[in-house]
Design a protein around this ligand. Structure first.
Ligand code: S3P
Length: 451
């Protein structure tokens, strides 16, 4: 057994530029790391159970390690055991006051979900993060958690660093989400775990439902009902969580980079094994198929309560489409890589309804518009989406003398890396370090698949 690695000290001055060059076809079989959303939740719910949970397939990315470090600082014991991770929980209500600020690095999910947990414990905690996370809006969780009784001193604009004081017992609320956000939904539900009575979240638009599925698996009294076209999620607290053994499926958000790479690099025929296909996450594969992608689902099965399959992806001629904004919540992290697919398609791709992309790890609409234009793609940036003229399968120009700015955003870096594979000059990324937040072996897997 070895101890959890301390998260890197964020804001460190290391920056590593890298040029991604035209690639040979992607072939063979690869396996992407564990799902980031499920990994965070496995650690958090394990930390709140009484007893030992075992997790296999945990994503060992910096974001998830930041969650592990924060939970350890609040009393949970979290260790690696061979290929698995084991979590000895403190029980709902048992979190301890951390002695130091919780360093959330680049991770919005760690921050918002842990704020939810702290909100209904009688403890005080400070949250800090890197330059990207410190720009992201926390008002969306501060508002409902304040109504439940927690108090906050945040930086101007409702951002990190912030200090919060939980309230025990907290007050149960009924909260209708003003933005489609699984993080906000989860923050309120997690606060509800240690709140006597029924805490209710109403979702006008469904978002990823891992919190609901997993909390039920850990024994929480949680119900989901459809009312007037909205999802109503109720949690009855205080909850007693029992430990669980969890197998984390491969992350569809990570698989998406390889699905697009295999679709656009001529001659590719790649199997991506063990991909989570929860319908609240798999919108990217639907949209790629609408564009003409050749994606075959093999060996469809259930892993840890989540639908999973191996995906065989073969090169195909893609065509531009108008992407239905209603599908956005089920592929909210996949738009940067979809924009690369659109750049290689024939005709025009139009996206809309994507205001949320402006408050991710970077402003992903402006970052991708700038990065694709720098690579020779004709892009129009609108308030809520991009319009992209595809090359009809011809290589992009690439960035001969320029570097693409990734703004500390792992998904911009990986998306433009894939653009580099189908360019004449290659694409140079200003900083590949952020890739380690969600997909530490991305470049190694790319080398494996294309060699
Ligand atoms: C996540 C929810 C999404 C997503 C993020 C992970 C989660 O954020 O972008 O990468 O695990 O709940 P929002 O809730 O802000 O849309």
């Amino acid at each position: 057994m070895c101890a959890v690695k301390a998260p890197p000290s964020y804001g460190y001055p290391f920056v590593t530029a890298h040029r991604f060059l035209p690639s040979a076809p992607l072939t063979g079989r690869i396996r992407v790391p564990g799902d980031k959303s499920i990994s965070h939740r496995s650690l958090m719910f394990g930390a709140l159970a009484i007893g030992r949970s075992r997790i296999s397939g945990l994503l060992e990315g910096e974001d998830v390690l930041a969650t592990a470090a924060a939970l350890r600082a609040m009393g949970a014991t979290i260790n690696r055991d061979g290929d698995d991770w084991v979590v000895d929980g403190v029980g709902v209500g048992g979190l301890l006051q951390p002695e130091q600020a919780l360093d959330m690095g680049n991770s919005g999910t760690s921050t918002r979900l842990l704020m939810g947990l702290v909100a209904s414990h009688g403890i005080t905690a400070a949250f800090t993060g890197d330059a990207s996370l410190s720009k992201r809006p926390m008002g969306r969780v501060i508002d409902p958690l304040s109504t439940m009784g927690a108090s906050f001193t945040a930086s101007p604009g409702g951002t990190l660093p912030l200090m919060m004081e939980g309230m025990e017992p907290a007050v149960p609320i009924t909260y209708e989400l003003p933005v489609a956000s699984a993080q906000v939904k989860s923050a309120v539900l997690l606060a509800g775990l240690n709140t006597p009575g029924t805490t209710t979240v109403i979702e006008p638009v469904p978002t990823r439902d891992h919190t609901e599925r997993m909390l039920r698996g850990f024994g929480a009294d949680l119900t989901v009902e459809e009312m007037d076209g909205k999802r109503v999620v109720r949690i009855h607290g205080p909850a007693d969580l029992h430990p669980c053994d969890i197998t984390v499926p491969g992350d569809p958000s990570s698989a998406a980079f390889f699905a697009v790479a295999a679709s656009v690099v001529p001659g590719s025929d790649l199997v991506i094994e063990n991909v989570g296909l929860n319908p609240t996450r798999s919108g990217i594969f639907t949209v790629l198929e609408q564009m003409g992608a050749n994606i075959q689902k093999l060996d469809e099965r259930d892993v840890g309560g989540e639908p999973v399959a191996d995906l065989r992806v073969r090169h195909a001629a893609l065509k531009g489409i108008d992407v239905d904004p209603a599908i956005a919540p089920s592929m909210i992290d996949e738009f940067p890589i979809l924009f690369v697919a659109a750049a290689m398609a024939s005709g025009t791709t139009v996206t809309s309804g994507l205001d949320e992309l402006r408050v991710k790890e970077s402003d992903r609409l402006s970052a991708m518009a700038a990065a694709l234009s720098a690579s020779g793609v004709n892009v129009e940036e609108r308030d809520d989406g991009l319009v992209i003229e595809g090359s009809g399968g011809l290589p992009l120009r690439g960035t001969a003398n320029a570097k693409v700015e990734t703004h500390l955003d792992h998904r911009i870096a990986m998306s433009m890396a894939i653009a580099g594979l189908v360019s004449n000059d290659g694409v140079e990324i200003d900083d590949v370090e952020p890739i380690a937040t969600s997909f530490p072996n991305f470049t190694a897997l790319l080398d494996t698949a294309s060699s």
